[in-house]
Write a new protein. Structure first.
Length: 159
């Protein structure tokens, strides 16, 4: 982490890495592991850095994208900007609320979005039209379509 100033650990739970939602028991098992790793990383990072970013991301329905993020310096600033806006009023699902350590974190829900160019959106319109979507411009000023495909809950240490 010292050289690149960040570390991300994804679950990578085949066959649900990107698409599909594993059974509830598997989701709870892996979320418990992320929580345990979160607190282990927190203990280690506190010794090494006075200030750092540490979070858990739990995705629904793409649970396999769930991950643990840690960052310092400019990478910390990246995460702080990315998750600086007000989240949605969607509570952490009950299946995670009762897991050991979950209540010690502050959870914020954000929309999970796919960013598509207009042609790509048109090509897959039959699937995307059932989801909330809106147009915008990407960082280069090109038109794009953002499609909300789910939610991501970001858990951070309560301050």
């Amino acid at each position: 982490m010292e050289s690149v100033h960040s570390n991300t650990e994804q679950l990578g739970i085949a066959p649900w890495t990107v698409h599909g939602k594993p059974p509830r028991a598997i989701r709870q098992l892996w979320a418990s592991r992320l929580l345990a790793d979160f607190f282990a990383w927190q203990r280690q990072l506190t010794v090494l850095y006075s200030d750092f970013w540490l979070s858990i991301r739990l995705y629904d329905p793409r649970f396999g994208l769930s991950q643990l993020d840690a960052a310092v310096h400019e990478q910390q600033a990246y995460f702080e900007r990315r998750f600086s806006y007000e989240g949605m009023d969607v509570p952490l699902p009950p299946e995670y609320q009762s897991l050991p350590g979950a209540g010690q974190l502050r959870w914020t829900c954000y929309p999970e979005v796919d960013v598509l160019d207009p042609d790509e959106f048109a090509e897959h319109y039959a699937w995307y039209k059932r989801k909330p979507y809106w147009t915008d411009q990407d960082a280069t000023g090109e038109d794009c379509v953002l499609v909300q495909t789910g939610y991501v809950w970001v858990g951070r240490a309560a301050t």
